[in-house]
Design a binder for this molecule. Sequence first.
Ligand code: AMP
Ligand code: ZN
Length: 437
Amino acid sequence: MSRDDQYWNRSVETMPRDGIEELQVRLLKSSLRRAARSGSYGERFQKIGFDPESVSSLEDFRRFPFTEKKHLRKGYPYGFLVEPKENLLRMHSSSGTTGQAVAVFYTKADLDGWADLLARCMYMAGARPEDTFQNLSGYGLFTGGLGFQYGAERLGMLTIPSGAGNSKRQIQIMRDFSTSVIHIIPSFLLLLMDVIKEMKLDPQKELSLRIAFVGAEPYSEEVRKRLEDFYGIKVYNSYGLSEMNGPGVAFECAYQNGMHIWEDAYIVEIIDPKTLEPVPDGQYGELVMTTLQREAMPILRFRTGDLTRIVPGECGCGRSHKRIDRIQGRTDDMFIIKGVNIFPMQVEQVLMNIPEVGNNYVIVLIKEHDIDNMIVRVEMTESVFVEDMGVLESVRNRIAHDLKNELLVTPKVELLEPNSLPKSEGKATRVIDRRMS
Ligand code: AMP
Ligand code: ZN
């Protein structure tokens, strides 16, 4: 390992492209052999007559069918497991908001590799052993807790496992221990803005924060800007999913222009979710991933459901691993209103560009006389809400107008008092679908 001031692992992070591809083919072969030992893949290999030994290039591998969430669910709990129980150290699980959760197992080598990837990510974004790291993330089955904990310890930071929730106490801990680096989901960091205002604190003078790793749910560039301006910090996007370990899959470097996705650990593909064909770099599609180093539970060509693209060109930081763009949403997030495909993130981008709009909103989908429509319910900032009806009406018109420009449909807009929408300290619910009821 070659640690220096810039890179956690210079030789891996700056590996030439042909070296990365050679390494991938080598690791893929052992992943395939390993996968063949699991009940679910073993059966599948047999059924389609797939011989892992026949793969000698990444192109060969593209003949292998995709793995979908439904397959992992069907294999619950042990169908994809390769190692005997005595070799396992831990289990995590996906959020499982819809349907059966997926269980993910780790051997010692898996946990080590995962911690190292997370340390690499955080080091890349500028965290150093001198920092104090506070992890405001749910521990337990959610991978964002223990995942970041072990990664931060590997990097060598003093690590405070403060967990999710307890807003005021979190701020108190930040003050008492001069926390400089945090990991948190975007909706909770937005919510803490109100708590800090309520506590009459100046976050830029009375806190020592300099970096936040923010991820686990989609958020827009506009939200990043709000957070950076309010806290006076750098916000780095962090992407991961339980099926691929958890966080540490892709992360932003100091250039904040796409997230480097670690290709020594994963094969990355972007496909058209309808035709399932690969799309060229720069074009949006669904992210498909394969683990290269996981022992307990290798996963092949997994359709993540996340929509992104490969950012074309090289990154100024010198890392050769490809970058994926901010996640635009999930294939299953999209809804159709009056024939137009809409992603919640498009609504957020518009709202967060309007200064009078507060930090909380929700999109309600309704059916009126058999036609689908949407209501955007949005909290205003304190200062606007005390204004007269004329001012509010002009803000409402502006929101409707800007949304129409972006979405091509005119939603109903309802302005709400600050703090009137339910607050959640976990992943936020941005869309409520009332069309069925
Ligand atoms: P889970 O495995 O339950 O932790 O959830 C993983 C999912 O969270 C991913 O498939 C994404 O849909 C979402 N996610 C994680 N990180 C991000 C991020 N930085 N931006 C947008 N969505 C994210
Ligand atoms: Zn970079």
